[in-house]
Ligand binder design. Structure first.
Ligand SMILES: NC(=O)c1ccc[n+]([C@@H]2O[C@H](COP(=O)([O-])OP(=O)(O)OC[C@H]3O[C@@H](n4cnc5c(N)ncnc54)[C@H](O)[C@@H]3O)[C@@H](O)[C@H]2O)c1
Length: 144
């Protein structure tokens, strides 16, 4: 508690799921947290994958660009996580959902708080020499 006193965080998508867990975790550490949220419709898998790939490329390029200024840029890649997003996807696709859990070596969904812990770690001085990385929090579903 208080580790992030005098720090301000802006969390987009902070009204629900993983974003909300990140907001609460940072606030518990004493940060001022600004939450930006917006209800949006869903998109197809191709567009979804493309946006995630873009975030990873952006993370690495920006990390190189700003490292000399002492700014670190990292990304967290969640596996299937128990949030309203997944609950919506599950409706009518129970078989797919169960297959996803079976494919996950830890055989369960992540809790949003577990993903938030990775965000809090990467934003902390404990991760002071880590930049340009993508940290998977996926119960072993993705390994690289
Ligand atoms: N839940 C999972 O299994 C899972 C797995 C991998 C990646 N993700 C990714 O993690 C992120 C959070 O997912 P979640 O499961 O918490 O979803 P969620 O639907 O529970 O919450 C997402 C929140 O983001 C808000 N939002 C959407 N677009 C926004 C925008 N342009 N500006 C501000 N707010 C916006 C929504 O209103 C919502 O409150 C998403 O990018 C999602 O693709 C989720």
């Amino acid at each position: 508690m208080g580790a992030r006193k005098d720090r301000t965080a802006l969390v987009t998508g902070g009204g629900s799921g993983i974003g909300k867990a990140v907001v609460l975790a940072l606030a518990r550490e004493g940060a001022r947290v600004a939450v930006a949220d917006l209800e949006v419709g869903s998109s197809g898998e191709a567009v979804y994958s493309g946006t995630k790939g873009a975030v990873i490329a952006f993370t690495k390029a920006l990390a190189r660009e700003v490292a000399r200024h002492g700014i670190r840029v990292n990304a967290v890649a969640p596996g299937p996580t128990d949030t309203p997003l997944l609950h919506r996807l599950r409706q009518g696709h129970e078989g797919l959902f169960e297959a996803m859990v079976r494919a996950t070596p830890m055989r369960r969904l992540a809790q949003p708080e577990e993903v938030a812990e990775a965000v809090v770690f990467l934003a902390s001085p404990r991760a002071g020499f880590i930049t340009g990385q993508v940290l998977s929090v996926s119960g072993g579903l993705t390994m690289c």
